[in-house]
Design a protein around this ligand. Sequence first.
Ligand code: AKG
Ligand code: MN
Length: 436
Amino acid sequence: MNVRRKKDFICFERVHGKLVNILKGLELHMGIFSAAEQKRIVSYVASLQEMGRKGELKDRTFTAPKKWMRGKGRETIQFGCCYNYAVDRDGNPPGILPRGSVDPIPDLFKVIIRRLIKWHVLPPTCVPDSCIVNIYEEGDCIPPHIDSHDFLRPFCTVSFLSECNIVFGSNLKIVGPGEFDGSFTIPLPLGSVLVLNGNGADVAKHCVPAVPMRRISITFRKMDPSKRPFGYVPEPDLQDIQPLVYEVDKEMKSSGPTPNRHKRHRDTRGGRTDAMGYATRRDRFVGASHVTNVISGSDYPTTNLYLTEVYRVKEVIYAAIEDNDDFMREMARPMKVKFDKYWGECNLLMAITSVLDPMCKLHVVNICIPIIYKSEVEARENVEKVKQALEDLYNEYCALGLQEPVSNSELETTVNQSSLSSTIHLKVLNLDFLKS
Ligand SMILES: O=C(O)CCC(=O)C(=O)O
Ligand SMILES: [Mn+2]
């Protein structure tokens, strides 16, 4: 999946006499849920809505206000706690109802929560323990508001079914039923997560104007512990969720910063595939994808790094070929064919540049080649090939150094010899194609 993140929203407004970026702290994470996952979540919400309408959900879990005007009628399903938007008929003030009984967070939503933490959308210090599903039919809206401080920051909203706009502004105007005017509009792509924090959560108000077609959003929030309903017991399977460790984080810890490398997720705890079945499988290929960046990406490292990188790719692909998981084996098979095609023969250039790196000398070749070529004979032959090529190069270099041109004709001879040597040189390196 192609995760993209936008964290640089800017919209300056004068607030209490001062110019501030009212969107500071806002983040949009796109591509967090695949089309198949969205479909599954949407059909689950439809079944919850059905149950709610039939009265099969606990007390205040489901609400369907009367559609008395355009924009008013959004159905909601709340889990973990019941949030009271305005003083209700029992006189309860707005906020989390201490005694409002609702159903606990369903398992599928817990999967979503784990994804949000693992994929660095929400911090592990703010694991949501409540959520509200908003079901908008065409023309439904959510009026301008700031989410209650009974919930901690950051919190987030996931979008499904149809794209719509969310509008931000420190002063949102109501211009008609379900129509609002604000200074900044953000289209919310399907499967995206909008994270609200800082000014974006607390200085700017937000609203969703009347939607053009049916839409579902799920807002996940962590309750302020002092505001939890009476008798609330924290969900055991939402404890101690840790974000996946970035490949680049590990590298930075061991060898200092690595600029320009794309961040990728990796599960260092190994083996736990989440219920949607993506993160850990994909992460097992992280080594290989990082190498693609090194070799053909925009990092332009020196050639002496290639050998160890290629060796890492081989390790990852060959491990995947023997994986118990069909998905992994299937993904690895065409990769192996390509790998064998490109790197199946000993690539002398890579090996020689590695030897010429004073940090590697012959050590890396001696370590990597036996790993790349599993058969001992083949490995030995290839190490010998590298040594032989180096020796030929060295001899050629010495021979050239001995010739001192003294006249034009001798110079010509030297040039001819030199071009002859270059031919040998290119042959030794299997780089005949460079001659043209
Ligand atoms: O539906 C949305 O995208 C926004 C929902 C929202 O603002 C809320 O639930 O507080
Ligand atoms: Mn809100």
